[in-house]
Design a protein around this ligand. Structure first.
Ligand SMILES: [Zn+2]
Ligand SMILES: [Zn+2]
Length: 165
């Protein structure tokens, strides 16, 4: 189920205390070799209020994402958490294009930002990952293959061996 990230602005304006809002669901994000999709859950817990046109909120997230190893291309699922406080003047222009006239306060850009902040751009399944065989493309962490040097030079994959992965 797609993650519900919106609160009615009027509810926050009318609330006398901080307004608690918790949701679970999925959000599709792709960033470098990392991504989240329908298989990865995101939970968030927010406490927000609007006072004197200032929106302040605390946001905690707990989520799973998938990361592709830069050497062997295997994909791992990783759990991560993040928490942050935000403060936004709804009377002034802001990066999130939110103002008091917005029908909803949409947390999605804040949640996406907090997820991206935690992703590993140069993810390796293991610092000693052996990567793919430059000759046959086999995953060398799980398999062994022996090729003589001549064969290696002729292989369409041989140029891969010159890359510093
Ligand atoms: Zn790897
Ligand atoms: Zn091989």
């Amino acid at each position: 189920m797609s993650l519900n990230t919106r609160i009615k602005t009027i509810e926050l304006i009318n609330s006398k205390q901080s307004f608690e809002f918790n949701q679970s669901g999925n959000l599709n994000i792709k960033y470098g070799c990392n991504f989240t999709d329908a298989k990865n859950g995101i939970d968030y817990d927010s406490l927000s209020m609007i006072e004197n046109n200032i929106l302040t909120f605390n946001m905690s997230i707990n989520f799973d994402y998938q990361a592709e190893c830069g050497r062997c291309l295997s994909v791992d699922t990783i759990n991560s958490k993040n928490a942050r406080d935000f403060s936004l003047n709804l009377d002034a222009e802001n990066d999130y294009e939110l103002d008091l006239k917005s029908e909803f306060i949409d947390f999605e850009p804040f949640i996406s930002e907090m997820i991206i902040e935690k992703l590993e751009l140069n993810y390796l399944c293991n610092t000693s990952c052996k990567g793919l065989c430059p000759d046959c493309g086999i995953n060398m962490n799980r398999n062994n293959c022996n090729h003589d040097e001549k064969k290696l030079k002729e292989s369409p994959f041989s140029s891969l061996s010159q890359l510093d992965l």
